[in-house]
Write a protein that binds this ligand. Sequence first.
Ligand code: NAD
Ligand code: ZN
Length: 343
Amino acid sequence: MRFSFPSTELRFFSSHAEWKKALAAKSGYSLIDRGSGVRAPSAFLLNGGEREKSWQRLERVLIWLAEKNAERSEPLVVIGGGAVLDLGAFAASLYRRGMPLVLVPTTLLAMVDATLGGKTAVDLRRRGRLQKNFAGTFYPAASVWILPDFLATLPRRERLSGAGECWKMLWLYGKGRSDQALVDYVETGKVGPELLALIRFCLRAKARVVKQDPLDNKRIREALNFGHTIGHALESQSRLSHGEAVLWGMAVESQLKGTLAPEVIDVLRALGLRLPLALRKPKQKAWKAALRADKKNRGGKIELTIAVSPGKRARLRVDFPILWQALQDFPAAFQRAGARPRA
Ligand SMILES: NC(=O)c1ccc[n+]([C@@H]2O[C@H](COP(=O)([O-])OP(=O)(O)OC[C@H]3O[C@@H](n4cnc5c(N)ncnc54)[C@H](O)[C@@H]3O)[C@@H](O)[C@H]2O)c1
Ligand SMILES: [Zn+2]
C-alpha cells in the first residue's frame, strides 16, 4: 500500500521472520527502544519513554551518527514506542539536513498515531516544567513497517493507552464499526485478525486526514484532538496513561453535544475503569489552570472538535463555565450508565 502523503510506504508484516529479513536487508543505522525487546549488535539502544525526548538525547544520536560516518543517503531505522520514534525521526530530519527514515512502531499507540503525518519532536524542560513536543520538524518517513507481533508483549497500561487512540479514530471516522476486538485486546492481550483490521482502519483514516492537512495549518487535523482538551488537563492532574486520559476526555467532551456520550461511557465501563479522582471530585481551580494551558485556546475561548455520533464530527467553541458544567455533571452520568448493560 502507498499513500501519496507525502509518499510514505506502509508495509505490513505477517511474521517476525519476514520482518527480520527485511531489517537485515536494509543497510543503514538503527535506533532501538529497549522495551521493544529487539536487539541488534551495532544499534543505538534507548530506554524508551518520554524521558528520551530531550535535546541531550537528540545530540547524542546525532554525534553517534557522525562518529559512524553515516551518509545522508543511508537510512535510519527507528524501532520503538512513540517517544523513541519522535526522537529518532527528529534526528533523521536534522542529520546532514535529512536522511531517509524507516519507522517501526512497537506499541499500539505508536502504530496507529505516531507514524503517519510526519511530526517529529523533543520536549523542552523549562523552569522545572515539561513542555511536550515543543520543538520539532515535519519529516515524513519513507517507510512505516507494522509488525503486529510487537503488540503481544505490551503491558495492560500501554494496551489501554493505544486502544484509547483507536477508539478516537473509530468514533471520529468509523461509523458502524465494532470495537469488541479492542476491548478483548486490552483485557487479554490477544492479537487477532479483527484487531489488525482495526489498526489498518486507523492508519487509513489518519493517512486521509494528514494528506488533506500535511503541515497541520488548515484546521483539518484538529479533529484528531477529540478528547485531548479534557484528556491533557486530566493527564496533568493524574497518573493516567495518555490514551486512558483521552478516553475519559472523550466521555466528558461528548456530553457537550450529540448522542455519543453513552457509547463512550459503555466502553469505560466494559473495561472496568474507575472514575479518576480529578473527575470524581473535580477542583475548579485546578481544572481552570490546566485548561488555560491548552494550546488550542483562542481569544479566551476553548476550541475543540468532538464526535457527535460515530463518524460525525462538530467543532465547538466554548467558555470555561460550559466545560466546568460538563465536568460537574459527569460523575452522575457515569454512575447512571453503570446501571445499564452494554449494548
Ligand atoms: N509524532 C506523532 O505524530 C505522535 C503522535 C502520537 C504520539 N506521539 C508521541 O508518542 C509518545 C507516546 O508513545 P507510546 O504510547 O508508544 O509510549 P512510549 O514511547 O513512552 O512507550 C511506552 C513504554 O513501552 C515500552 N515498549 C515499547 N515497545 C514495547 C513492546 N513491544 N512491548 C513492551 N513494551 C514496549 C517503551 O520502552 C516504554 O517504556 C509521546 O511522546 C507522544 O508525544 C507522537
Ligand atoms: Zn493523543
